[in-house]
Design a protein around this ligand. Sequence first.
Ligand code: V47
Length: 423
Amino acid sequence: MTSTSSTPSRATARSPGPHRVPPFQRGPTNPGPGLAPPLASSDAASGSGGAGLEPDAAALGDLPPDLAPIRDKVLAGVRLSREDGQALFATTDLNALGALANAVNESLNGARVTFTYNRHLNYTNVCAYRCMFCAFRRDGDEADAVVMDMDFVRDKLRREFTDTMREVHIVGGINPALPYGYYLDLLRTVKAERPNLHVKAFTMIELDAIAEIAGKPLETVLAELREAGLDSCPGGGAEVLSPRVHRKLYREKLPPERWIETCKAVHRAGLHTNATMLFGHIETTDERLDHMLAIRDIQDETGGFLQFIPLLFHPEHTPLERLGKTTGADALRTIAVARLMLDNVPHIKAYWIMLGMKIAQLALHYGADDIDGTVEEEHITHDAGGTTPQGLTTAQLAALIREAGRQPVLRDTLYQELAVVGV
Ligand code: V47
């Protein structure tokens, strides 16, 4: 596996203060630090009704007739319906859609665009499932099949991670050969070597499989994983929460309703997660909307999502190679619709690794307010033909954001603002 070194850029340090997870507030007085929402449901997180957002109404004066009624609802704080979402996907005026999403984002996050200093760690690529969109999985007997033992992990943590790094993003395949103790050891090893790292690990798919391997209820497993060092969970594995797409592309994986139940259980256990959506393959825009509405419903109930991350499908070396890649316009439209529909999710991520740096920059004017992090070693996208660098330094990320006309802000996983990176 390749490795690149990265150090945080020179930045204006700010005290992160005591560890707080204040509520997600809507409205013009909240270009505050945009911290994580609470994990219990609350009126503030419900998104519907209420005082409404106060986007720059003047900037939204000249919208086409299909978007004007939606603008009026947004300005009045009325939650958008599925039909509104359909109109957003159908509009031919991409710039107007972007302006609407941008106004909502600016009312929530101002000009700030956040990123983190992180590194990925894929402990295994051996996977029992054969999802049609995946080029990362291996059977186990290939030369490039990976299962990291603890000595290897420890060595990696010493050589490739630093003390100022904020987050490790840990995911792997569903490898039935790994015992329950492996996952506990993995977390304990990370915490022992790099106690400052926030450990964002294991998708809902992995957690469900780990509980099955452990032969214990998910709640017990979550408590034990937390005790061993788990701090939050990434958003992968949701794909598209559609029974049709599930049947066709990833039938071995948790079906949508079990993904939702697992996610709610994880939030109830006190862990924040992200939510992703894999788009640009066989799903319809209605299925994208169903997915967003499912995420919105979960968030109303639990308040546990930090970010929504639309993941642009990379088809190379997958059984879906013939589909090709979707367009930049489709990516921007999807990000803008997500910003408008997910009125209770505080942050929309433009994942630069999958979008590419150019579309990620544009996305910062189509509703996105976060670009993930330095990443440093990425396999899932690059195995599928990704052409972005494996990683960027914090200085490069800050420059990318600044060049797009936004204010770069270094954050931790729970959206504590660590530094506003100098202008
Ligand atoms: O679960 C798999 C998707 C996910 C491909 O939570 C693919 O902060 C595109 O979830 N083309 C993993 N996508 C990545 C992920 C993620 C990344 C960055 C940050 C966070 C976060 C989460 O990628 C998988 C799957 O949904 N995926 N194969 C592919 N060929």
